[in-house]
Design a protein around this ligand. Sequence first.
Ligand SMILES: C[S@@+](CC[C@H](N)C(=O)[O-])C[C@H]1O[C@@H](n2cnc3c(N)ncnc32)[C@H](O)[C@@H]1O
Length: 346
Amino acid sequence: MSSTEDLEYPQVLIQYQNGFLISKILFTACELGVFDLLMESEGLLSSDTIAARLGTSVSGMERLLDACVGLKLLRVEMKNKEAFYSNAEISKLYLKKSSPKSQHHNLMYYSKTIYLCWHYLADAVREGKNQYEKAFGISSKDLFEALYRSEEEMLKFMSGLNSIWSICGRDVIAAFDLSPFHLIYDLGGCAGALAQECISLYPNSSVTIYDLPKVVQMAKKHFVSPEERRITFHEGDFFKDPIPQADLYILARILHDWGDEKCVQLLTKVQKACKPGGGVLLVETLLNEDKSGPLETQLYSMNMLVQTEGKERTPAEYSKLLEAAGFKETQFKKTGKLYDAILGRK
Ligand SMILES: C[S@@+](CC[C@H](N)C(=O)[O-])C[C@H]1O[C@@H](n2cnc3c(N)ncnc32)[C@H](O)[C@@H]1O
């Protein structure tokens, strides 16, 4: 409901209208390397120096830096009427490319891929389908074939997905006691950040990343170093190839890519492969039962419309899919962060 102040002057509408301008300022400062340069310099830099070091115009950089100050991503100090900039604490932690909790790659994926698809949001709503063809000129029936159209795209996607687990991976893995499950398969485990979180919390378990062959090859080459190879890999297509027997299957951000029919098809296969007493851990962002929120999840569900064949769901909707596949005793835990956990037992 609108507040009285909003009806006299629609502040909230102005905020919404400007939402994408804010995103673009954040993406641009990341892309140009503002936060990384300020980290390396360990001191205060003027806009002239930043512009010269990053090869940009002074007039453009000055305004970008000031907007970042407005967004509280940078701090400014005036010395002899000249402005000097440094990173705010949040930027040091999350925006420097090489920091352990860096969200840089996720933001770049938003900027370079998601942003382009969202240009066609109205078409996605009209047609009820993703907009890859319009945004990227790709007419593939296979969603992931389109997504993995080049090594560069794969790297962007995998790095972007991985970075979110540095800020909420521990919460989803710790949501339930997974210690009874020793043999774990992370289906669609991608670049492996969640599998690593799982191994670090449950060192006596073995975790295998099951993904498409070219994803597994990229994960080995770029993401999971040989020393960390307590994680093993399995190349396969979970819709077409066999799924090996295990105690627990993790499906993180898998079902939200697909319509109900494909979800039940995949879960049924998983249920058949699952050892008696075993289970499946779904990691997804959960909508309220009446779909009234959370706003982030509603936004992500729109994103699934623009980008995939799937949607975000409520706990009851996930229970229904799990029950249709033969799983029982479904429990769910909201973590209070972006992603939540749902556990089904065989
Ligand atoms: C949205 S991503 C989620 C990745 C990861 N679980 C995470 O949350 O960061 C979906 C993953 O499923 C994998 N995938 C898609 N179709 C697949 C298939 N048919 N067989 C195996 N893996 C598949 C993709 O390669 C990708 O790694």
